[in-house]
Design a binder for this molecule. Sequence first.
Ligand code: F0G
Length: 348
Amino acid sequence: MAQGILRRYGEHLPITDRTPDLSLCEGSTPLIPLINLGRELSVELYAKFDGLNPTGSFKDRGMVLAVAKALEEGARSVVCASTGNTSASAAAYAARAGIPCFVVLPSGNVAMGKLAQAIAYGAKVVPIEDNFDVALDLARKGAEEMGMAIVNSVNPYRLMGQRSASWEICDELGDRPDWLVLPVGNAGNISAYREGFDYYSSLGRCSGLPRMVGVQASGSAPLALGREFPEPETVATAIRIGRPVNAEKAKKAVSDSGGAFLAVDDEDILEAQRLLAGRDGIFAEPASCAGVAGLMKLKERGELPEGIRIVTVLTGNGLKDPDALLSRISPIEPVKAQWSVLEEIFRS
Ligand code: F0G
């Protein structure tokens, strides 16, 4: 039976008998062998497909704990800033908890599916005429001034819950992979993976850290390029972030693990999205494909060792952002509903 991470990993999480079980059966997502892409890159490649969580992204792993602890600690409402996925997840768990949820979003830069989710789950949606970094400043202010629980990754319970992904990977592979490759925005997830591997290592369940490779879009790459991006831009709107709040933790994760940050262009991200879907049958949202784009870049440069075991994290579902793909192809025109017309197409 699906359990959700509070039950599956409860002994490793700060749960008490007063913590409400808000589970939507998050976690326990598949680790899918990318047979075809792996062969092309000459590595043993797996995708941790966290786009199969209940709201379609990895955020659910931390959100179930953050909202449960907020309730336990007496909060009456939750607030977050978001590029989309955090807001969808916060809204779903707040609905489950029966408390209001306020989400502050960068207007015009949130994928349609994510916006629809937040509205469907009943959140109060506040688009602002600025970017995510400013939205986060405002959400933090709301939390300070009004006592709302902030459920961005500045909330420690978020990262604690997100550690569960690293534990699932180790439980399935019997150890950590050689490399872990994932997209980086606000830098919470890479930090959570680091903490998760460290913790499992201290229990003897894995051997230290994998080499951690954090991939950013080149138009929003403060960590990969070492400077602030006051006006971040990328097709991968989920990681359109110029001032990551967890930057220091993430830098430490990368340096302690002998890893690296990489920047990839939007075109490479979209190409990686097409390859993942077209070769291995997995449709992930653009930000999620940054990891695969990073691997392709390393391969091109001759910096990808052969035969190593790599897990790349597909953080969000492709269905959240169909526009990223459809807006770049010419419309598919309908044809006459006649067998002769179809026959010609089928034979071509
Ligand atoms: N991938 C997806 C699909 C995301 O939605 C995010 C972040 C990331 C990667 C990066 O993770 O921030 O922990 O480094 N989305 C946040 C949001 C910012 O508001 O949904 P990170």
